[in-house]
Design a protein around this ligand. Structure first.
Ligand code: TMP
Length: 216
């Protein structure tokens, strides 16, 4: 890989898993190497997708509506932000991507995984002059935290949104959803034990990127 190759890294985990500081840390580490970094999130990352985010996180709706809205937000985010950034050679650090849909709408809500796969194929299709492919992260860092610990961390932290207010069983199913995604694409995933100290978690995150040869 040369420094002009774009790099797409996503970060996943149940609410309360503690991704944010480590995403910022990685952004700094890449910038220190002279790389341009696009720091973004889902649902969100564009003006339209941020509007959809507010609806998805706050308005009651059925699981299919939720899935369609997060994929609509993702389509806009890919078109307007992620694909142009990768074409420029940026490192794209994205707080959640499609694995979250399989985990939350698929695992948590029990929505049809085959339908999610079909939406994934539509929304993430990239058509070049010679080939077409389905865009996926080059690496997905999964902050794996037992649902009970996440619930303790979240308790009283702030006014919960629609997902944060879910019971612990919901988050157990979300975790199972992540595990199934990792099992289907093991080479793409780095599973981090997020119940360690912040320093230990950071070292694991850094190592996951260093092993790929993307940071010294
Ligand atoms: P955040 O608080 O980590 O920004 O996450 C936003 C919430 O949206 C989080 O509870 C997970 C949820 N979510 C889905 O349900 N489906 C998705 O596809 C994505 C990206 C997020």
């Amino acid at each position: 890989m040369t420094t002009t190759d774009g790099l797409f890294i996503s970060f996943e985990g149940i609410d309360g898993a503690g991704k944010s500081t480590h995403i910022d840390g990685l952004a700094q580490a890449f910038r220190a190497q002279g790389r341009a970094v696009t720091l973004t999130r889902e649902p969100g990352g564009t003006a339209l997708a941020e509007k959809l985010r507010i609806m998805v996180l706050n308005d009651p709706m059925d699981a299919m509506t939720e899935a369609l809205l997060v994929f609509a937000a993702r389509r806009d985010h890919l078109q307007q932000c992620i694909e142009p950034a990768l074409a420029r050679g940026d490192v794209v650090l994205c707080d959640r991507f499609t694995d979250a849909t399989f985990a939350y709408q698929g695992g948590g809500r029990g929505f049809d995984l085959q339908l999610l796969s079909i939406m994934e194929q539509w929304v993430q299709a990239v058509r070049g002059p010679e080939v077409g492919f389905i865009r996926q992260p080059d690496l997905t860092v999964w902050f794996d935290l037992p649902a009970e610990i996440a619930a303790q961390r979240l308790a009283g932290a702030r006014t919960p949104d629609k997902f944060e207010a879910q019971p612990v069983e919901f988050f157990r199913r979300v975790s199972d959803g992540y595990l199934n995604r990792m099992t289907a694409s093991p080479a793409r995933f780095a599973r981090i034990a997020a119940d360690n100290t912040r320093d230990a978690v950071w070292l694991d995150v850094l190592q996951a990127v260093q092993i790929k040869g993307w940071l010294p």
